[in-house]
Design a protein around this ligand. Structure first.
Ligand code: PMP
Ligand code: GLN
Length: 381
């Protein structure tokens, strides 16, 4: 077994969802909505399964989907992407990340990553031979500054990985921080891999700004999206890689031997959803914002200190500030085993020097589920 995988624990999401299934707990842990997703897309996927070819689609993805992705990003983020040369459809953002790391990192290259980090990054970066340089972000603002970037970047920096909106923190990276990061990427001739799977899930009138739109970044950024997150169907695993043609050629080279392609009926359905979204991209975040507010209000009434959430399906509770001195993992395990409510300890998103007093809760759930979750968390305090 390669050393990277030798002692790798099962991901915290699987662990907590497994415990929730075993104990019949309410699952506010792993991030997924508790409904099946928009009916029009499910119907389209079903129709395409019955009447479509079901044979290999083109390696870079169905033209209709790549065109729809380009049009969607032009409309929502002002980007000008060439659907033929600058977009590849992948089997989820996870495959897109793997393709980026495999094709762009050479052994010994330094890769700047921000903690808390989505747990898939580090094993893949290390397996590709990358040397991680971690920047530690902390609550309540989870921001980086010039000194932190100075300490992390060097003349060996090949890549920086940015996730905004940030899972688990729920923060949308502010414009000035993006501009600062762009400055460092240009200065160090580094590639930015931007995990923007939560781009459509932002609240309170915020706008997601893609780093690829910043000066000097168009040629050096790999932008990654996920239809699973855009349409609230996390099991669908349809992702997008967007980058300048030279980068895209390298990414497609890795993609063709990872999965080669992604089920055609799902691609057709996502193309349809992006092409005829109706008010989805306003109504979906508005609904989630109401759920966020309901969960936050319930938790505050129960005496918990809740951090701001500007995007994603998640809000965070500060356990220490709420008067609980257990660490996050101990509290989370006790809550799921003894009180029937699953959550995610944020320490699982740190590879070193973890923040241990923050608990992540998923609010993409029905009101009754959120209310019952609050009642159970209140009993766990
Ligand atoms: N990156 C982040 C930050 C995520 O939160 C997730 C899933 N929640 C992914 C990547 C994986 O996306 P996908 O399911 O499209 O592979
Ligand atoms: N991204 C999801 C979350 O943060 C989990 C994805 C997974 O289970 N791998 O909850």
């Amino acid at each position: 077994v390669h050393p990277v995988y030798a002692d790798l624990p099962t991901t915290i999401f699987e662990e907590m969802s497994g415990l929730a299934r075993q104990t019949g707990a309410i699952n506010l842990g792993q991030g997924f909505p508790d409904d099946a997703g928009p009916m029009a897309l499910r119907r389209k996927a079903g129709e395409a399964l019955i009447s479509g070819t079901n044979q290999y689609p083109p390696m870079r993805g169905l033209p209709a989907l790549r065109q729809a992705v380009a049009a969607h990003y032009a409309r929502t983020q002002g980007l000008n992407l060439d659907w033929e040369d600058e977009i590849v459809v992948t089997s989820g953002a996870t495959e897109a990340l793997a393709a980026a790391f495999l094709s762009l990192i050479s052994p010994g290259d330094e890769v700047v990553l921000f903690q808390p980090l989505y747990d898939a990054y580090l094993p893949m970066v290390k397996r590709a031979g990358g040397v991680p340089k971690l920047v530690r972000l902390a609550p309540p603002h989870w921001r980086f500054d010039r000194a932190m970037l100075e300490a992390a970047f060097s003349d060996r920096t090949r890549m920086v990985v940015l996730n905004t909106p940030l899972n688990p923190a729920g923060v949308v990276t502010p414009d000035e921080d993006l501009a600062l990061l762009a400055e460092f990427c240009v200065r160090h001739d580094a590639i930015a891999v931007c995990d923007e799977v939560w781009e459509a899930v932002v609240f309170d009138g915020r706008k997601h700004r893609p780093l690829i739109g910043y000066p000097g970044m168009r040629e050096r950024t790999v932008k990654i999206g996920s239809a699973g997150k855009m349409f609230g169907m996390t099991g669908w695993k349809v992702g997008f890689l967007c980058a300048a043609p030279d980068l895209t050629r390298a990414l497609a080279g890795a993609h063709q031997f990872l999965t080669f392609t992604t089920p055609p009926n799902l691609q057709e359905a996502v193309a349809f959803g992006l092409g005829e979204p109706g008010d989805w991209f306003e109504a979906m975040p508005a609904g989630l914002q109401r759920s966020r507010d309901r969960l936050a209000a319930g938790l505050r009434d129960a005496g918990f200190v809740v951090l701001d959430s500007g995007g994603t399906y998640f809000l965070n509770v500060d356990l220490n500030a709420s008067g609980i001195d257990e660490d996050d993992r101990t509290f989370a395990l006790r809550a799921v085993r003894d009180h029937g409510v699953a959550s995610i300890p944020v320490s699982a998103f740190y590879a070193e020097d973890p923040v241990r007093h923050i608990l992540r809760l998923c609010f993409a759930k029905a009101d009754e589920t959120l209310d019952e979750g609050v009642a159970r968390l209140a009993r766990a305090r």
